[in-house]
Design a protein around this ligand. Structure first.
Ligand code: P6P
Length: 333
């Protein structure tokens, strides 16, 4: 495979859009740069000055780890003065993030700067998730309505996984492509072109310690995945649950499988965030031949009513996600 940097790849993709001005391309560059800066810190997270809690609580009511705060700052600062964005929304910030008037542009960036951060101090892979929209307001400062768009409107989405290596995986609607960071060069190099979810799948990912809260449909779906339920056989799957959404999603994207975090008796909205977790990952899943749903409808068809709203999530191989819907319709009505 020729050595292709992410910048070269993005630029080559831009060439297929004659009317492109380069703003979108530069936005993707900015995200890749932010990813490199965050990656540099996550690989040193064992140092005292980063590890440990900053003591603040974020909008999710979760104690903020210093790396959360750092990653959020990097994403905001890398995108505030570039002239690409009208507005941003971050998992770490309660309200929309306004862009200085002299630096506004046509796009909207939504992101979770560091998902799975509770795993930082046990050295489990964590990730940044992002989605890019075009603004819907015509001019002036971006507004909440620019952020509350359904996933169908996404122009691009991706994630960076900080693990045994750092990878950036993204799509602009022309397939899903993965780039691995070569730290000695500081470059993301094309390592996984045109990713498609393998079939048959290999894994199912769910936190089964919550089964007692699940609906009958979800329990029956899980028994089917385990080859126990009476319906037609499911491919033989192994259970794998890391407890870090990006890591679980990434493994299933490359090996085939389904991740699900359903609604349950504790929360009828599930745990995953619609705007900056479920929708961007569903955009990627669909581009890779898979699906993402709340158990009834595509995640991409849900119009957000608030920045931090949650949604049940079933995401991965098309046939497994469709089977989940079958069980929920059959047993949960
Ligand atoms: P549970 C991490 O806190 C996170 O938001 C996701 O990354 C992960 O998939 C999920 O929560 C794990 O949740 O309830 O199984 O610990």
């Amino acid at each position: 495979m020729p050595v292709t940097t992410i910048e070269r790849f993005i630029l080559d993709q831009q060439r297929t859009y004659p009317q492109a001005t380069g703003v979108f391309t530069n936005l993707l560059y900015d995200i890749a740069l932010a990813a490199k800066i965050i990656a540099r810190e996550t690989t040193h997270a064992g140092l005292v000055d980063i590890l440990g809690k900053v003591g603040q609580m974020n909008v999710q009511g979760e104690e903020q780890m210093k790396l959360d705060v750092f990653a959020n700052q990097v994403m905001v600062r890398a995108n505030s003065y570039t002239g690409r964005l009208a507005v941003m929304a971050s998992e770490e910030m309660e309200d929309i993030v306004c862009v200085p008037e002299e630096s506004q542009g046509p796009y909207v960036l939504v992101f979770d700067p560091l998902d799975g951060s509770s795993n930082i101090d046990v050295n489990v892979s964590i990730g940044t998730i992002f989605g890019i929209y075009r603004r819907v307001t015509q001019e002036g400062p971006g507004e909440m309505v620019d952020c509350l768009q359904p996933g169908r409107n996404l122009l691009a989405a991706g994630y960076i996984i900080y693990g045994s290596s750092t990878m950036m995986v993204y799509s602009t609607g022309n397939g899903v492509h993965g780039f691995t960071l070569e730290p000695s060069l500081g470059e993301f190099l094309l390592s996984h072109p045109s990713i498609h979810v393998p079939d048959p799948p290999k894994y199912y990912s769910a936190n089964q310690s919550y089964e007692r809260y699940w609906s009958e449909g979800v329990v029956r779906f899980t028994r089917w995945l385990q080859g126990i339920d009476g319906e037609e056989p499911c491919p033989t799957l192994s259970g794998r649950y890391i407890g870090s959404l990006v890591a679980d999603f990434h493994r299933n994207l490359l090996k085939g499988g389904i991740f699900y975090y359903p609604a349950d008796q504790r929360s009828n909205s599930g745990k995953m965030r619609l705007l900056y977790e479920a929708a961007p990952l569903t955009f990627l899943a669909e581009q890779a031949g898979g699906l993402g749903s709340d158990g009834r409808q595509s995640i991409l068809d849900i119009v957000p009513s608030s920045l931090h709203q949650r949604t049940p999530l079933f995401i991965g191989n098309r046939n497994l996600v469709e089977k989940a819907r079958h069980f929920l319709e059959k047993y949960d009505g």
